[in-house]
Design a protein around this ligand. Structure first.
Ligand SMILES: Nc1ncnc2c1ncn2[C@@H]1O[C@H](COP(=O)(O)OP(=O)(O)OP(=O)(O)O)[C@@H](O)[C@H]1O
Length: 255
């Protein structure tokens, strides 16, 4: 099997001499199709910079990112729009739903932007709405939804085009523990049932314990890696806490 994502010696330097910040300092890793990879690290370690480089929101300074064998730097115009719309789906901490659109309209927005036939879109919508338990909020505006409902609607929007890879930046960051657990169960279910490939940046050790593998970043480099293997989620959570303690951060919530 070939990796879906191949990152080699990635660097990102912000600013100009003399006030430069080296946010990524030569990161190399691969992600295989169907992986659920967590990226953890203390504040300022470079996690969001890494995710934003993969999302093509920011340009790396050096190194390469290949998705399904294609170098992201080679993407332009239509191919770049297709990458951003169809190859990757994004899930943000603050949901980023449009306030003046209903849940249904928010979810279907990418399908109209990418010219997906209505029948295909509505079939996928029904499937996702059932799975994510959001049927009763499809006609509501985001301001009338709970935080958990907003994040599940945002997840449906991220998944509506069947992306090859989901990029999630602190998806539980604005949720209480019950809703955080709920969205993580849904993401984990998609990973198991649909073999969705997920890359998730998180500070939350509970959320990270749903992953199959975790990369810990410190000062822009990979400092440690954990694989869950056959461990229970609770055992994995314990190991995550130990690494986070070494990094000087972490979550005190217990599953
Ligand atoms: N636009 C920017 N201009 C200059 N420096 C930046 C910029 N964005 C991030 N940085 C710096 O790059 C480093 C990595 O930041 P990044 O946001 O990737 O860290 P992070 O691990 O995601 O942090 P957090 O967990 O607090 O969100 C930090 O030192 C940060 O101050």
């Amino acid at each position: 099997m070939k990796p879906i994502l191949n990152i080699e010696n990635l660097t990102k330097i912000y600013g100009n001499v003399p006030s430069q910040t080296k946010a990524l300092n030569g990161i190399t890793f691969q992600v295989m199709p169907g992986e659920f990879l967590g990226i953890m690290g203390s504040s300022g370690s470079g996690k969001s910079t890494l995710l934003n480089c993969i999302a093509t929101v920011i340009q790396p300074t050096g190194g390469s990112i290949q998705v399904e064998g294609v170098n992201l730097q080679a993407l332009k115009g239509r191919t770049l729009a297709d990458y951003r719309g169809k190859i990757v789906g994004y899930l943000f901490q603050n949901f980023e739903l449009l306030d003046n659109l209903t849940g249904r309209e928010n979810i279907l927005l990418p399908t109209s932007l990418h010219g997906i036939p209505e029948k295909e879109s509505s079939q996928r919508l029904s499937q996702l709405a059932k799975y994510l338990e959001i049927n009763d909020v499809l006609d509501k505006f985001p301001s009338k939804m709970s935080g958990g409902q907003r994040q599940r609607v945002a997840a449906a929007r991220a998944l509506i085009l069947n992306p090859r890879m989901i990029l999630a930046d602190e998806p539980t960051g604005a949720l209480d523990s019950k809703n955080a657990r709920n969205i993580m169960e849904k993401l984990s279910g998609l990973n198991c049932d649909e073999q969705a490939t997920i890359l998730m940046v998180t500070h939350d050790s509970n959320a990270a314990s749903f992953c199959k593998r975790i990369l810990f970043i410190q000062d822009g480099i990979i400092f440690h890696e954990l694989r869950r293997g056959d461990e229970s989620q609770h055992e994995f959570y314990g190991r995550i806490l130990k690494v986070m303690a070494q990094l000087g951060g972490g979550s005190s919530n217990v599953l």
